[in-house]
Ligand binder design. Sequence first.
Ligand code: MRU
Length: 368
Amino acid sequence: MLVKLQQYRTIWPNTALANCSGTVSIIDQTKLPHVFEIACIENLHQMITAIKTMQVRGAPLIGAAAAYGIALAMQEDASDQYLQSAAFSLIQSRPTAVNLNWAVQRMLNLLLPLTAANRNQAAWREAANICDEDVLLNQAIGQHGLSLIESAYQQTSSIANQSKVFNILTHCNAGWLATVDYGTALAPIYAAHNAGMNVHVWVDETRPRNQGASLTSWELAQHGVPHTVISDNAGGHLMQQGLVDMVMVGADRVTSTGDVCNKIGTYLKALAAFDNQVPFYAAVPSPTIDWAIADGLTEIEIEHRHGDELAYIQGLAADSSIQNVRVIPVESKAVNPAFDVTPARLVTGIITERGIFSPDKLIFTRQD
Ligand code: MRU
């Protein structure tokens, strides 16, 4: 994606494969939208911290980051024991998004049969492959989603009113910042905008960490896509007013039966969409589908994050410094589940790199 007219991915290696010693650059998402800063990750420990503190975040991106975490670990110590413990620590760092576990298992499957001497170089190559594949998957999601938006647009706009704005509501950030590039839920929106369609995005602020207000709005602005930030509570009202044509979200894990686990608050948007006959789509690359589970409500571990994410809010102070201010009484406790599960019955369709599927027909996308 373009940032100030320069092409970026969210993560990239700084390594010469000849000597197999490298570092990894990431866009530090904790500073956006106020400061665009690249952080340099030098070892496994720093990568785990980057994932836990959400310098990198979003299901596909934390998968890619974990793959590079393994590569960094292999240049520290390529023994079986260190590989296994690095894998374990990475998987523990954020439990809900299945992409992280998927990427680590893929690295383990490749590296464990190799001799320790061959692991370092192979790990850097495979992490780069995972990143390149993520970009291709998201491009394909963008194209499938574009045809969906085009046909929905034709249904909602009459011949006399071809300039109608097509309003899409999204939650959290499932754009290019949440992936290596292009995004999942935002990929079709970028494709529609690039195709000249009159799309406008309602951006849920997404408390408590405000990924919508800080990240989705920032990347849409970089690309020139018309958008408006709304409070998390406004979506249902806008749907009742007929101001939302489609809801498009990403996902951290989708079950084989089409239950969609995504950022906390997604479920409430799905309920409101269902009540107002607004189509609700989740855009997910296949590594986000967990074929091993069928019941999202009982089988997905929901990450609980620290209550301070609710107690404090981050913003730009008058002196241009980024500051945290407290918004709840010191006496009050806060509980902070980071994700929720939208049952398949509320989901109109799942957009994957292989096409658009009804949640109960998702099994046909399975590749193995
Ligand atoms: O806690 P986060 O910011 O990592 O949560 C991200 C989301 O919930 C995204 O919607 C999801 O990962 C899909 S990203 C393509």
